[in-house]
Ligand binder design. Structure first.
Ligand code: HEM
Length: 628
């Protein structure tokens, strides 16, 4: 077997270069004791390498910290303290009918553990699904990057990929209109590299300082707790209508891209401009692209709505089933490479994450493929506990000054301290690098390692075998020259918010453009505040008049064929809908009088309402297609 394949097979069947077998991830086997040792850089035990395990040394037998973990296979049930359980059906009572005794430590421990099973969900991208796989290099980037993963054609690197929606809570539906997260953790020989991207090549905002605002705006409204997993509400469009830099992203999010047919059929983008660095320290700008082998496909909105009702887990089920059946999804990894001089020629700034680099200008160069070939063994242990971070890079990959990227580099690690309960989450198997690790970071919540020795600092002359720096192969940042005044401002080069938005819209086919208009119409129809709707129409007019729902709305108001109008019946606590439509015979609209008028909700073909026979506007609470 080729070395790379062997490496992959080893890494894939386990975390064996950190001394653990795959079964450990699932919570069993006798080699568990090796894990924390390996995290300290100790040699992997023989059993983890697939050979017979030697008898434990006397020192090992005396080890004060055997790291046996609770497993789900074995002869007897035990408590977490290791005591065998005699009866797992009944709590300890005084007499058969109680009372239950506080003394019952078996009951208390079991319920106590259950009570703490949940951890905070991610503040964004809470709903996700993931798989293991590998990346295979098909075209070497050695001339521009010293990263080991990009050197030798044919090298396979194990990885874990998580796809997600952004806005919805963990229990929301898969087919929400939303951006899809596309996060990949590569377990390279030089440490973990996380490419934490989306299925849309641009983003809503240019500066990380606005991220809490855009997310607060799109999440459920805080006073009422709804709607969730939906951007079709006032706070989102209020923010967007006041944020012209979002217009390009809005075009993409209102397009069919935001309702994919399958996670196997989405593209992925690193979004930011990153840097590659070669051995000589030369920097090349790079944009990363994932392209699905199955091609890109979407559903239409009516299908999405129906699928969400019929099977809210549609995407995760589809991905799981495909992998389970051996139909492994695959993506090409492509790059756009350019240098500083080329970057200066664009009429936008490559540090602005609301802009993309046209593929006609810099064609994609395919450099490898990703195959997802193994479902997670346990969704909590892996999909939920995986911690991606844009600042997880390896020598040969570096950041640019994109202010959104710089903020992300801080944010992920920070949030994970809370989400995963402390600074030791890199010791969770799914997050562990598959290369040796040595440092003097110590202690903290959930420390799993037995950190031996007297020396926990550097430099030291006491021990002699402590790890030290590696100036040659260690990570070095690009030697960029930086100077300037300290200020809070946006550069002029970030100022054009509409050109690429327009280019995207006109690049769409007619049916796709119609979908965008319909999506904006639907979303704005859910916005109760008329001034937000009109502000948004003003923004859209800067992109392309035909992208604005205003025109179709006015047309619909003027031309809707009459059907006769149905009055609400009764108001005893119910909320009848009143359809406001022009009467076939008299071309007028009969108004419903009396009590029901106050309780009724007006529906019309468009939320702008409809003109009454006397010419006065009758407003609508819901668009017919948008209300319940
Ligand atoms: C180009 C822009 C961005 C992209 C492509 C992006 C992508 C992602 C993805 C894919 C995830 C899910 C990771 C997972 O599956 O666990 C995620 C999570 C997250 N993102 Fe972003 N994001 C962007 C911007 C930002 C910004 C500007 C911030 C904050 C300044 C931010 C903060 C977060 C946080 C806090 C999480 C949750 C992480 C966790 O709990 O593990 N993101 N993002």
């Amino acid at each position: 077997m080729a070395k790379d394949i062997q490496d992959y097979a080893q890494a894939h069947s386990g975390y064996n270069n950190v001394g653990m077998s795959r079964r450990m991830v699932l919570g069993s086997t006798a080699t568990l004791a090796a894990a924390p040792m390996a995290a300290l850089g100790a040699a992997a035990p023989a059993a983890a390498q697939g050979t017979a395990q030697p008898p434990p040394s006397p020192a090992a037998a005396r080890d004060p910290m055997p790291t046996g973990r609770v497993t789900e296979s074995g002869e007897f049930l035990t408590t977490n303290q290791g005591g065998r359980i005699s009866d797992d059906q009944n709590s300890l009572k005084v007499g058969p009918r109680g009372p239950v005794l506080l003394e019952d430590f078996v009951l208390r421990e079991k319920i106590n553990h259950f009570d703490h099973e949940r951890i905070p969900e991610r503040v964004v991208h809470a709903r996700g699904t993931a798989a293991h796989g590998y990346f295979e290099l098909t075209d070497s980037l050695a001339e521009v990057s010293k990263a080991d993963i990009f050197q030798r054609v044919g090298t396979r690197t194990p990885l874990f990929a998580r796809f997600s929606t952004v806005a919805g809570n963990r229990g929301s539906a898969d087919l929400a209109r939303d951006v899809r997260g596309f996060a990949v953790k590569f377990y390279t020989k030089q440490g973990n590299w996380d490419l934490v991207g989306n299925n849309i090549p641009v983003f809503f905002i240019q500066d990380a300082i606005k991220f809490p605002d855009i997310i607060h705006a799109v999440k459920e409204e805080p006073d009422r707790g709804f709607p969730q997993a939906a951007s079709a509400h006032d706070t989102f469009w209020d923010f967007i209508s006041l944020t012209p830099e979002s217009m390009h992203m809005i075009m993409w999010v209102m397009s069919d891209r935001a309702i994919p047919r399958s996670l196997r059929m989405i593209e992925g983008f690193g979004v930011h401009t990153f840097r590659l660095l070669n051995d000589a320290g030369q920097s090349t700008y790079v944009k990363f692209h994932w392209r699905p082998k199955l091609g890109m496909q979407s559903v239409v909105w009516d299908e999405a709505v129906k699928i969400n009702g019929a099977d809210a887990d549609y995407h995760r089920r589809d991905l799981w089933n495909a992998i389970d059946q051996g139909s492994f999804p695959e993506w090409e990894l492509a790059v756009q490479l350019f240098d500083e001089e080329f970057a200066k020629r664009f009429d936008f700034d490559v540090l602005d994450a609301t802009k993309l680099i046209p593929e006609e200008v810099i064609p994609l160069r395919v450099i490898g493929r990703m195959v997802l070939d193994q479902n997670p063994g346990n969704v909590f242990a892996e999909t939920e506990q995986v911690a991606f971070c844009t600042s997880n890079v390896v020598p040969g990959i570096d950041f640019t000054n994109d202010p959104l990227l710089q903020g992300r580099n801080f944010s992920y690690l920070d949030t994970q301290l809370t989400r995963l309960g402390g600074p030791n989450f890199a010791q969770i198997p799914i997050n562990q690098p598959r290369c040796p690790m040595h440092n003097f970071q110590r202690d903290g919540h959930m420390q799993m390692g037995l950190q031996r020795g007297r020396v926990s600092y550097e430099p030291s002359g006491l021990g002699g075998e402590e790890p030290h720096e590696d100036p040659r192969a260690g990570f070095r940042s690009v030697a960029a020259h930086e100077e300037g005044d300290k200020l809070r401002t946006r550069p002029e080069s970030f100022a054009d918010h509409f050109s690429q938005a327009r280019q995207f819209f006109v690049s769409q086919t007619k049916p796709e453009q119609n979908h965008i208009v319909a999506a904006i119409t639907f979303e704005l129809s859910k916005v109760e505040t008329a001034s937000v709707r009109s502000r948004m129409l003003g923004q859209l007019a800067n992109i392309d008049n035909s992208a604005s729902p205003d025109r179709p709305a006015r047309l619909a108001r003027a031309q809707h064929p009459g059907e006769g109008q149905a009055d609400a019946q009764g108001t005893d606590g119910r909320m009848p809908g009143v359809r406001r439509r022009r009467c076939k015979d008299c071309a007028g609209i009969a108004r419903c009088g009396g009590k029901c008028r106050r309780a009724a909700q007006d529906r019309a073909p468009k939320v702008g309402g409809i003109a009454g026979s006397d010419g006065r506007a009758i407003k609508a609470d819901f668009q017919l297609a948008g209300g319940p």
